[in-house]
Design a protein around this ligand. Structure first.
Ligand code: PAF
Length: 275
């Protein structure tokens, strides 16, 4: 991979990179199209990273289908698909991890304590392997995107990080590889996540500012579905992810909910009314 990227760089071509864990959907393809637009060459990786799954999480059952993924990537046209093995990324004796001090101690990091250390470590390694000029990550994984922006800034990596907008199913459900776990009867429960976010955004546009009230309303709407178990619903500063009480500036509303056994996340930016 490094030799291939060196070749591209020597030929004066810029490299755009989209790291994924496979089982691709339109959301991933939109990130690839964005990278293609912004760089001369596109590299995609597929690696289900064991280091970002905790005990009891879905590493073993995470959906995988390389043939299907390759056909989808071909519709965008990548210059390289990088699919390393876990033993190559984490050889025997591997002991160097990358972790951030505060950003992971919010939102998803609270219930997934190893997740961001795993993400930061593998993304650092993938950056060293692929040597991209720019990399594109989805805004659905908002906290992950912030972690990677901070990582790149803190470690002086010469890589531009670009966020790609959330891509939704026609009914509003944010696209996710984990949507494949949902059975049709769980759809209304899954949709309550996005509906709650849209409702909160409308309330903020209409002039409401008290975060606690909006969080309580979203929690009530989501909990009305028996299948749903809320991990968190949070309104917070979009950069630090610190919770906020009163929405005076654009704020992030983010949530994570287990629908049956499927953990889903979603988010929206709440824009206060212009007075
Ligand atoms: O968002 C993902 O698919 C993964 O967390 C990433 C960024 C590919 C790292 O494993």
């Amino acid at each position: 991979m490094q030799a291939f990227s060196d070749g591209l760089r020597k030929a004066g071509r810029t490299i755009g990179f989209v790291p994924t864990m496979g089982f691709l959907h339109e959301g991933h393809l939109s990130l690839m199209r964005l990278a293609r637009q912004k760089a001369d060459a596109l590299v995609v990786s597929i690696f289900v990273n064991p280091a970002q799954f905790g005990p009891g999480e879905d590493f073993a059952t995470y959906p995988r289908d390389l043939e299907r993924d390759m056909a989808l990537i071909a519709t965008v046209g990548a210059d390289a698909l990088f699919t390393p093995e876990a033993a190559e990324i984490y050889p025997r004796g591997f002991e160097t991890y990358v972790s951030l001090e505060t950003l992971p101690h919010h939102l998803c990091g609270l219930s997934r304590p190893v997740f961001f250390r795993g993400v930061a470590t593998v993304v650092t390694k993938l950056f060293h392997l692929v040597k991209p000029h720019l990399a594109v990550f989805g805004e659905k994984d908002y906290q992950q995107l912030q972690v990677i922006r901070r990582l790149v800034r803190d470690l002086n990596m010469d890589i531009t990080i670009i966020g790609g907008p959330i891509v939704r199913e026609p009914d509003g459900l944010a696209m996710s590889s984990r949507n494949s776990y949902l059975v049709p009867e769980q759809r209304p429960a899954a949709l309550s996540l996005y509906k709650s976010l849209v409702q909160a955004a409308a309330s903020v546009r209409a002039g409401r500012t008290r975060a606690a009230d909006l969080v309580a309303e979203a929690r009530a709407a989501i909990s009305a579905h028996d299948q749903n178990r809320i991990d968190y619903v949070s309104i917070c500063d979009p950069l630090t992810l610190d919770p906020i009480e009163s929405i005076q500036d654009p704020a992030l509303m983010a949530l994570a909910v287990k629908v049956g056994t499927t953990r889903l996340i979603d988010n929206i930016i709440l824009e206060p009314a212009v007075l």
